[in-house]
Design a protein around this ligand. Structure first.
Ligand code: PEP
Ligand code: MN
Length: 263
């Protein structure tokens, strides 16, 4: 299904093209939307650095039920405010089919997280609406399983799917949270027309490893990057250890523009 080798996303700041024949697109923002001030500040900072999309979770898939679960619908409202303040496109995750209308009313791209990659009911529902979908690779998913998950969305009528590698489970979890599988970039390129995004934040779990892996992903030909940025990572309600400060993010984007297809 589908032939276009790009996904075109209308945002208040204009159309953003994601694909092999377009400049690198950077998505940045906190793991979770925590409050109005932090999301608007982060949005302004990442926009100034060159990001085209703000990411931030309203509904968070947490390992522990006692961990911060996201502010839900009220966080969607805060994302809408950040969109209004900056014109950035919004990428946020949907975990439950029941929340899809609310998420789709705010998101410019709807994220399906690693843990839901094979939630086929959810895939069919995001396939039956018209916002583009960012499909993260399951942490133990083969490439064929991932592509078949994408196929569920395409087969339900939505041709706008972006594939996002975010690290897989291997045998060593001591030094990196996951193993960021950059070999998927040339492999996917040979198998599918769908645009490719790399998430070195979840892929490594440590902020000091994000920049080198972002650079490696560009060298390997990624179409887009997703990077977690928080105004005060030490105080983050989720994924602080892997989050860059706005200053570090700004420096990284400047370094990236030297080696890669520029933002
Ligand atoms: C996220 O993007 O914050 C997230 C939860 O990602 P993943 O589904 O890749 O773990
Ligand atoms: Mn996160």
């Amino acid at each position: 299904y589908g032939e276009a080798s790009e996904v075109v996303v209308p945002t208040p700041n204009g159309r953003v093209y994601i694909g092999e024949h377009h400049p690198l697109v950077v998505v940045a923002g906190p793991c979770s939307v925590e409050n109005e001030e932090m999301i608007v500040e982060t949005a302004k900072r990442v926009k100034a650095a060159g990001a085209k999309f703000l990411r931030g979770g309203a509904y968070k898939p947490r390992t522990s039920p006692y961990a911060f679960q996201g502010h839900g619908e009220s966080a969607l409202g805060l994302l809408a405010g950040a969109r209004e303040a900056t014109g950035l496109g919004i990428i946020t995750e949907v975990m439950d089919t029941a929340d899809l209308p609310a998420v789709a009313s705010v998101a410019d791209v709807i994220q399906v997280g690693a843990r839901n990659m094979q939630n086929f009911a959810l895939l069919k529902k995001v396939g039956a609406q018209d916002k583009p979908v960012l499909l993260k690779r399951g942490m133990a998913a083969t490439i064929d399983e991932w592509l078949m998950a994408a196929e569920y969305i395409l087969a339900s009528g939505n041709p706008n799917v972006i594939l996002c590698e975010r690290g897989i489970r291997t045998f060593d979890t001591k030094y990196a949270r996951n193993t960021l599988d950059l070999s998927v970039i040339p492999v996917l390129r040979s198998l599918t027309h769908l645009p490719i995004m790399i998430d070195p934040s979840h892929g490594t779990g440590k902020s000091e490893y994000v920049a080198p892996m972002a650079m490696a992903a560009i060298a390997a030909g990624t179409d887009a990057l997703m990077i977690e940025v928080h105004p005060n990572p030490a105080k983050a309600l989720s994924d602080g250890p892997q989050s860059l400060t706005p200053e570090k993010f700004d420096r990284l984007v400047q370094e990236m523009s030297i080696i890669g297809k520029v933002v």
